[in-house]
Design a protein around this ligand. Structure first.
Ligand code: SF4
Length: 368
């Protein structure tokens, strides 16, 4: 029995009401298997049962080649390489479970929490850091668990920001999201709401007027779009971005540095320029987490820094995201951008310009 089929059978009728039509059993579906095969993907039943597979019609249309050379296909189509699990790879690579005081809440940093409302997505990315949990289990946070999660946030006045994550929160019904927004609005210390989503990229038709009307009531509302390649930005995606902006949302982007997808400075340059022209600020580019079976996507930190170095000076600061590493195990995110400054023994500095020239900057003690 496929993972998704098991998942659907476990859902209560109440949860089914808010599940999207796209959460259908797929690995049993011959058509989907044929499709995966046609793109050169792996239709190994073990792989399909282990990790959820889902792709939208819109994403399919953006695939221009087979899985071996198309930057979109590689993100979604199963490959046999996923069966190779390295000893360093972990089921919970960023240690969410360690920082989960109640079901659905990850409280890792003092002033903010992740509120994981669901573990379903519009599409399933083959490199997902939560791939072991995504598309499985009960699907949506139960009413009881949501109440406990909101109570936790209410009882912790240091929480200034709530980040709706998942799974993808925008896969949920507007009614469910409205209920969450209403409950969070009553908590005075929660001043900022942020949503991490791939829906505007993979299923832009879900950015409806009803959803935008809800968003228009909530200020400030930051939405972070997950996008890895400019090929993903279709006219439908642009229209969804415009609708979110018209509703007053502040849009940022996050990408994952992926071998064979976007590990070249010219590819990232095109993506980041396109986003900035659309009014979306590139926020983070993530170093790939140590999720099981993802080593074929992994770029070394050294190569990642070299790519970031090539972007500096070449594209506007507006187009430059931070290069981030989530420390394996849960110690949090840190920027791992290349260094441009080195302190000398006399407390002066050597600073490197974008084109590699070196300059000195005097010590503060010489300037007092
Ligand atoms: S959309 Fe995000 S949470 Fe969902 S599978 Fe992709 S990376 Fe994972």
């Amino acid at each position: 029995m496929s993972t998704q089929y098991k998942f659907l059978k476990q859902c209560s009728s109440q949860q089914m009401e808010i599940l999207p039509e796209t959460a259908m059993p797929s690995s049993d579906n011959q058509y989907i298997k044929q499709y995966i095969k046609s793109l050169g993907g792996c239709i190994d039943n073990i792989l399909l049962d282990k990790y959820s597979y889902k792709i939208t019609d819109l994403v399919k249309k953006t695939i221009l080649g087979n899985v071996f050379n198309d930057p979109v296909a590689k993100q979604y189509i199963p490959q046999i390489k996923e069966l190779k699990i390295l000893p360093e790879e972990r089921i919970d690579p960023i240690g969410d479970d360690t920082y989960m005081p109640v079901n659905g809440v990850v409280h890792r940093y003092p002033d903010r929490v992740l509120l994981k409302l669901s573990n379903i997505c519009a599409v399933y990315c083959r490199y997902c850091f939560r791939r072991e949990m995504i598309g499985t289990g009960s699907g949506v946070l139960s009413v009881k668990d949501l109440t406990v999660a909101i109570d936790y946030i209410r009882n912790h006045p240091e929480i200034w920001e709530v980040i709706l994550s998942g799974g993808d929160p925008l896969i949920l019904s507007v009614r469910y999201l409205e209920d969450v927004f209403d409950q969070l609005s009553d908590i005075r210390h929660v001043q900022v709401l942020r949503i991490h989503t791939r829906v505007p990229i993979a299923a832009p038709e879900k950015i409806t007027k009803e959803l935008c009307d809800l968003f228009a009531q909530k200020k400030p509302l930051y939405i972070v779009l997950h996008v890895n390649h400019s090929q993903e930005i279709t006219p439908d995606v642009e229209a969804a971005i415009e609708k979110l902006q018209a509703a007053g949302c502040i849009l940022l982007s996050q990408s994952v540095l992926l071998k064979g997808v976007n590990d070249a400075s010219h590819v990232l340059e095109t993506l980041f320029r396109r986003l900035v022209v659309l009014g979306v600020k590139p926020y983070y580019i993530h170093h790939l987490d140590l999720a099981p079976g993802t080593s074929h996507f992994r770029v070394s930190i050294k190569d990642g820094q070299a790519i970031m170095r090539r972007l500096l000076g070449r594209i506007s600061g507006l187009c430059q995201p931070q290069y981030m590493l989530d420390i394996p195990g849960g110690a949090g995110k840190v920027p791992i951008n290349p260094y441009y400054i080195e302190e000398l023994e006399d407390e002066s500095f050597v600073v490197e310009s974008y084109n590699g020239d070196k300059y000195t900057y005097p010590s503060m003690k010489d300037m007092l």
